[in-house]
Design a protein around this ligand. Structure first.
Ligand code: FEO
Length: 164
């Protein structure tokens, strides 16, 4: 095995964190859908898929370096959302939480001089900068729009189309 057992455990924790984030986004997408905000629902479904891919990326890395994948229970997602703002606030909190987790794995890789894992994790560090920034912008947009969520939907739809 190319990694330490401590790193193996930490990467399994990160898989759990990514899958829990994915599950959280799925619940958020359902909450948007229930509010009739179909574009935001679609955007958050996309986030759900991305988080799932993050979990799978780590899982495959663990296999590649000869580690042991241990799957654990996924956190039950919050479902008591009543406003779009509460959903996006929770999404930003989730991204900040995942960022903190990634930074902790990175710190372990550095302290162990595990350069392969450090290199692998750099993509996640960069990805978190993008995701935190994206959710911060969306939260500001929702706050600025006040009750006019259709305007938010139009803007998000436009961004989704131009990112294709
Ligand atoms: Fe994979 Fe946005 O955390």
């Amino acid at each position: 095995m190319m990694i330490s057992s401590a790193m193996n455990a930490k990467l399994n924790e990160q898989i759990q964190g990514e899958f829990s984030a994915a599950h959280g986004y799925l619940a958020m997408a359902c909450a948007f859908d229930a509010m009739g905000l179909k574009i935001l629902a679609r955007k958050f479904l996309g986030q759900h898929e991305e988080e799932r891919e993050h979990g799978m990326k780590i899982l495959h890395y663990l296999q590649e370096v000869g580690g042991t994948v241990t799957l654990s229970a996924i956190d039950e997602p919050r479902t008591d959302y009543t406003t779009a703002e509460s959903i996006v606030t929770a999404a930003l909190d989730s991204e900040l939480h995942v960022t903190k987790m990634i930074n902790e794995v990175m710190a372990l890789a550095e302290s162990e001089k595990d350069y392969a894992t450090r290199s692998f994790l750099q993509w996640f560090v960069d990805e978190q900068v993008e995701e935190v920034s994206q959710m911060t912008d969306l939260l500001n947009l929702v706050k600025m729009a006040g009750g006019n969520l259709l305007q938010v939907e139009a803007r998000v739809r436009h961004e989704m189309m131009s990112n294709k």
